[in-house]
Design a protein around this ligand. Structure first.
Ligand code: NAD
Ligand code: FES
Length: 291
């Protein structure tokens, strides 16, 4: 069992938990994710790591309550426990593999959309700890949905934008990126993490501006272990699985329309059967619904 040390609501239906998981905390790096289960009968939930503390042996997750399982998670309090915390899974961010001297020469911008703000935090923090500056654009629908602002301010140059203009700049993250570019911020490297549609449009813009862009394909994962086949993607014409080959990929090579269509199809039994027909053996059927 994995003890919950802190549980807080950050915004409506978005909550944060700090969980005791010393082995995961010891080994994890920015960009990696965990699988958690609320209880032994529960579904596996893949969640990107928001922060970790190797000395205290803790990991932090941020979750949006959208289904039965995430609502069950939301109802847990400090002192309760999770049945499983498995990880770290997936590959760490490419930034952790590059030489610090090379990173210092780059102008790096992160685009953090909604709940996708949480997995951006460990990357910006890691860069700060290694003496590398970065800009972060947080995009949220309204002021109330901006999360982790104070923590980001300590590790990056922060730009906030809200769709309704209730806080920071006004408009979506793509507008903020274009404005910052026009204001003279000629970025070399972009990491975009958030809803699929946001990543698609950020990539469209960065392709026009010539900014190398990495995206995190977490949203299409189901079991997160390479078994179910749900996270099958086409990247640069090749079949990849987000949970074992990613979650981060070159955004200019990802077929977003296919991935979004797949997410829709995976939600119904009929859709999963159709995918099984179309994808043959690369649709593993491990989702348990394809018979
Ligand atoms: P949201 O719908 O509130 O969008 C967040 C921001 O994304 C918006 O404020 C806007 O600036 C930008 N955006 C949205 N649509 C856009 C478009 N068409 N063009 C340009 N920018 C656009 O986000 P939310 O409801 O908090 O997001 C939840 C989603 O985030 C879920 O789908 C979840 O799967 C995903 N998520 C992704 C990751 C990841 O690793 N990629 C991690 C956590 C959550
Ligand atoms: Fe990747 Fe199931 S989430 S195979």
């Amino acid at each position: 069992m994995f003890k919950i040390l802190e549980a807080n609501e950050l915004a409506t239906n978005i909550f944060q938990m700090i969980v005791e998981a010393p082995r995961v905390a010891q080994a994890c790096l920015p960009g990696q994710f965990l699988i958690i289960r609320v209880d032994a009968e529960g579904e596996r939930i893949p969640l990107t790591i928001c922060d970790y503390d190797r000395e205290k042996g803790t990991v932090e997750i941020v979750v949006q309550a959208i289904g039965a399982e995430t609502y069950a998670l939301k109802n847990l309090k400090a002192g309760d426990s999770l049945a499983d915390v498995v990880g770290p899974l997936g590959k760490p961010s490419d930034l952790c593999e590059e030489s610090i001297d090379d990173l210092k020469k780059k102008k790096i911008v992160f685009i953090a959309g909604g709940v996708g703000t949480a997995p951006v935090y460990p990357q910006a923090k890691w860069l700060k700890e290694h003496g590398v500056d970065c800009d972060v654009i947080i995009g949220a629908k309204t002021k109330d949905l901006v999360i982790l602002e104070d923590r980001f301010k300590k590790v990056c140059n922060l730009h906030i934008t809200t769709d309704d203009g209730s806080y920071g700049r006004s408009g979506m993250v793509t507008k903020a990126l274009q404005d910052l570019w026009d204001e003279g911020n000629k970025y070399d490297h972009c990491v975009a993490i958030g809803p699929m549609i946001m990543m698609k449009f950020v990539c469209k813009l960065t392709q026009e501006l010539g900014i190398h862009t990495i995206v995190s394909m977490n949203p299409i994962m189901v079991d997160g272990t390479g078994m179910c086949g749900a996270c099958r993607l086409t990247v640069g014409g090749e079949v990849k699985f987000a949970c074992v080959d990613g979650p981060e990929f070159d955004g200019h090579k990802v077929d977003f329309d296919q991935a979004m269509n797949r997410m829709k199809l995976y939600k119904t039994e009929e859709g999963r059967l159709l995918l099984r027909e179309q994808e043959g053996k690369t649709h593993h059927g491990g989702c348990g619904n394809c018979h």
